[in-house]
Design a protein around this ligand. Structure first.
Ligand SMILES: [Zn+2]
Length: 324
């Protein structure tokens, strides 16, 4: 099935998409139920306003740009460090116990502060010693810009992200407008070397986790699944509110199961599962096929624009310059 899926993507790129890798033409995705399945989503590559993922030099420039000019000597998470106070703060946010862990230990760094003993006193050097030359910088950048804590040491769970895979995650996160960042301060985003709950089917979930199955996907599918899970994070606190439920006429039946009253408003069959999946798929469609969502579901488009994307639009290439 996976091979068939991959082949279909390649075929569609060589025939229908005369502009593969060039200027995106999204008109061919207008019939989003007809073309897309859950993971085979060519929109990801063809979406307008894609940014180039940061290089190591750019990530270092971002981190050095955080410096306040005030140097401190401090023991943070067991590490005796001497560096700019803003970088020390960032290191602490990644490794110290998060106060929210008392209620939601599964989401934020839990239990006692993890004790690390890097062989150097500067934060960037310490991160590289603890996690690896590339990964250490990626993780600090990720925590600073997007909010996610990717430290398996701090969470005492999972294993170290392969640097290339965290690069794929960051490339997707760069698709989000700056005005809605950070996505969730301190929320975990772990790499778990196991099969997800439900066996081989589960590849990622909104806790946030990626599982072994995620590695078996191609990059477009990986990005699709990640963007879907990030959609769930943005949907928290919104999907049970009338403003969202009314857009598709969601109600509960006698068996307490969700029923979509107007299934024609689903951007994909899977979105009919429940209001959460409806939200995650609509979020995905807004970012990666905004033109089709605007034409087909203007009310859902307006909801995403105003309540999630802070006015940033991706329906035309011309809008890219105005993305905040
Ligand atoms: Zn989902």
């Amino acid at each position: 099935m996976k091979w068939l899926l991959t082949l279909l993507i390649i075929l569609s790129c060589s025939s229908a998409f005369a502009q593969c890798g060039g200027v995106p033409d999204l008109s061919m995705f207008d019939d989003f139920d007809g073309i897309t399945t859950f993971l085979a989503r060519p929109e990801v590559r063809h979406s307008p306003c894609k940014r180039t993922p940061p290089t190591q030099v750019e990530m270092l420039a971002h981190l050095n740009g955080l410096r306040s000019g005030v140097t401190q000597s401090k023991t943070v998470a067991g590490a005796a460090l001497k560096d700019d106070k803003e970088l020390l703060k960032l290191f602490g946010e990644m490794h110290n116990r998060d106060p929210r862990s008392a209620q939601q230990g599964w989401r934020y760094s839990r239990g006692a502060t993890v004790s690390v003993t890097p062989p150097c006193k500067e934060v960037l050097c310490a991160m590289q010693a603890l996690y690896g030359e590339e990964l250490g910088i990626q993780m600090l950048y990720m925590r600073s810009k997007f909010g996610f804590n990717t430290s398996h040491l701090a969470m005492q769970e999972g294993d170290a992200w392969p640097s290339q895979d965290l690069g794929t995650v960051m490339a997707m996160l760069e698709d989000m407008p700056d005005s809605i960042l950070p996505i969730n301060e301190g929320m975990r985003f772990l790499h778990l070397p196991a099969r997800g709950r439900g066996g081989e089917e589960m590849i990622a979930e909104s806790l946030m986790h990626v599982y072994l199955g995620w590695h078996e996907l191609n990059e477009s599918e990986q990005t699709t699944s990640l963007a879907h899970e990030v959609g769930h994070v943005f949907g928290e606190g919104k999907t049970d509110k009338p403003e969202w439920l009314n857009l598709s006429g969601w109600t509960k039946n006698a068996a307490n199961q969700w029923v979509m009253g107007r299934p024609e408003t689903a951007v994909l069959g899977y979105a009919q599962t429940n209001p959460d999946e409806d939200f995650a798929e609509t979020f995905f469609m807004y970012r990666y096929n905004g033109a089709a969502l605007k034409r087909r579901q203007p009310e859902k488009y307006r909801y995403m624009k105003e309540r999630v994307f802070n006015g940033a639009e991706y329906d035309t290439v011309a809008n890219c310059s105005g993305v905040p």
